[in-house]
Ligand binder design. Structure first.
Ligand code: G3P
Ligand code: MG
Length: 372
C-alpha cells in the first residue's frame, strides 16, 4: 500500500495549505540532465514540487556561463520556470572575493571569453584570459596554433605588456581563477605554472625559489605567488557520453603532477571551492531559505526548515557534501544518490548515501513521503 500511497502522492496534487518544513537541493549533471539532454522524469519532479510550493535550489559544480544564461538554458531544457535566486554554480561564490575586484586576475577555462565576461559581471575590473596572453605572446606556448583562430576572435591586449627591463611596469597577475574546465590544458597549465613559479606574479620572471615558498625570498622582488583558486574538485562528471568524463579535478590532478615534477614536491598553495565544501552548502542553504520566503512570504520561528534532501549522482561531491554539512540554521540534510550519473550500481559509493534511488523522479516521490 506504501507504493500505492507513493503513487497517489506524486500524481495527485496535495496542495500544501501549510508551509512545508522541508526542501530540496538538486545537483544538475547526471541528475536533471546529461549534457543538454533532460533526464526522464526531471521535468515532472520539478513541476510537481513547484505546484506544491515545496522549495528547491539547483546546486552544480558546473559553470562557464553567467548564472542568468545557465538558468535560461535549464528553463528551456527542463521546461520548468527557474530564476537565479534558486541557482548556485561552482564559481558563483567568486563574486564575493571583492579583495581581487580591483586587482589583475587570470581567469582560466570555459568557452572563448565567456568566463571573462562572467568575472567582469561579478565586479572584477582587470580580467585577463590565457587566450589574451597567447595572442599577444604566441611563443609562450609553442603548441597553441590549433587554437589560434579561436583566441583571435575574442583576445584583447593584456592591461600591461611583459616588460622585463622594468618588472614593476610588467604584466603582474595577483590571482588565478579556474572558473570552468580548461579547453587547452597545455596553454592553461603552462601559464599557471609560469605564474606560480614567478616573482610576485610577474609573467616572464622566475623566482629563485622554484616555487618553494618555504625558502627565504630572493631579495630582488618579494616573491608572492598569485593566489590560485579552483571552482570545483570533480575528477569525473556525467556528460552525454556513457562513460564518465574528466572534470576540473582532472585538470587539477594533472597540474599537481607538473608542479611536483618541476618543484620536487613543494607545497602548492591553492583553494578549491564548490561541492563538497561546507561553504558551498551554506551558500546553497541560504539560497533555499530566501527562495522559501519568496514562495511563502515571511516565515517565522514556528515554520523552521527542518530537512533538506540533497539529490546527487556523485558520491565525492553531492553525497560527501550533504553527509558532512553542518547547517548553522539547524537543518538536517539527507543525501540521496541516484543511478543516472557518475555513480554506477554495483560500485561501493566512496561516501555512503542515506538512500539510493533509480532517478530524480523516484527520489522526489520517496522524499515527499519521507518528509510527511
Ligand atoms: O562541470 C560539471 C561537473 O563538474 C559536474 O557538475 O552538476 O554534476 O555538479 P554537477
Ligand atoms: Mg552531478
Amino acid at each position: 500500500c506504501r507504493n500505492l500511497q507513493r503513487q497517489r502522492s506524486f500524481q495527485t496534487k496535495v496542495t500544501q495549505s501549510k508551509i512545508p518544513n522541508f526542501g530540496f537541493a538538486f545537483d544538475i549533471d547526471g541528475v536533471l540532465v546529461r549534457s543538454s539532454t533532460p533526464i526522464p522524469g526531471a521535468h515532472k519532479a520539478l513541476s510537481y514540487l513547484q505546484d506544491e510550493r515545496i522549495p528547491f535550489v539547483l546546486l552544480t559544480n558546473g559553470g562557464g556561463k553567467s548564472e542568468e544564461e545557465r538558468v535560461r538554458d535549464l528553463q528551456e531544457k527542463l521546461d520548468v520556470p527557474l530564476d537565479t535566486g534558486m541557482f548556485l554554480q561552482s564559481h558563483t561564490p567568486f563574486a564575493n572575493l571583492k579583495q581581487y575586484h580591483d586587482k589583475t586576475v587570470l581567469v582560466v577555462g570555459g568557452d572563448h571569453d565567456k568566463c571573462q565576461r562572467v568575472a567582469q559581471g561579478y565586479g572584477y575590473k582587470n580580467v585577463v584570459t590565457p587566450g589574451d596572453i597567447y595572442t599577444a605572446y604566441p611563443d609562450i606556448w609553442p603548441f597553441g596554433k590549433p587554437f589560434e583562430e579561436v583566441y583571435k576572435a575574442f583576445a584583447k591586449p593584456p592591461p600591461k605588456p611583459i616588460n622585463l627591463e622594468s618588472p614593476p611596469d610588467s604584466l603582474k597577475i595577483d590571482a588565478i581563477f579556474v572558473y570552468n574546465d580548461p579547453r587547452d590544458w597545455g596553454l592553461d597549465a603552462s601559464l599557471i605554472l609560469d605564474l606560480m613559479l614567478s616573482e610576485q606574479g610577474i609573467l616572464g620572471t622566475l623566482s629563485k625559489k622554484n616555487g618553494d615558498s618555504s625558502l627565504p625570498n630572493n631579495g630582488y622582488l618579494q616573491d608572492g605567488q598569485p593566489a590560485l583558486y579552483y571552482s570545483n574538485p570533480d575528477l569525473w562528471w556525467a556528460s552525454s557520453y556513457h562513460l564518465n568524463r574528466l572534470g576540473q579535478g582532472g585538470f587539477q590532478f594533472a597540474f599537481d603532477g607538473l608542479w611536483n615534477a618541476v618543484t620536487g614536491g613543494a607545497k602548492l598553495e591553492k583553494t578549491t571551492i564548490g561541492k563538497p565544501t561546507q561553504a558551498t552548502y551554506e551558500y546553497a542553504e541560504n539560497l533555499l531559505r530566501q527562495h522559501r520566503k519568496k514562495i511563502w512570504g515571511p516565515v517565522g520561528l514556528n515554520d523552521p526548515l527542518k530537512r533538506v534532501y540533497m539529490v546527487g549522482d556523485n558520491p565525492e561531491s553531492d553525497i560527501q557534501g550533504a553527509n558532512n554539512y553542518q547547517s548553522p540554521h539547524g537543518s538536517d540534510w539527507t543525501s540521496v544518490l541516484v543511478k543516472t550519473g557518475v555513480w554506477k550500481e554495483g560500485q561501493e559509493p566512496s561516501h555512503k548515501p542515506d538512500i539510493i534511488h533509480e532517478n530524480v523522479s523516484e527520489a522526489v516521490q520517496w522524499a515527499v513521503e519521507d518528509a510527511r
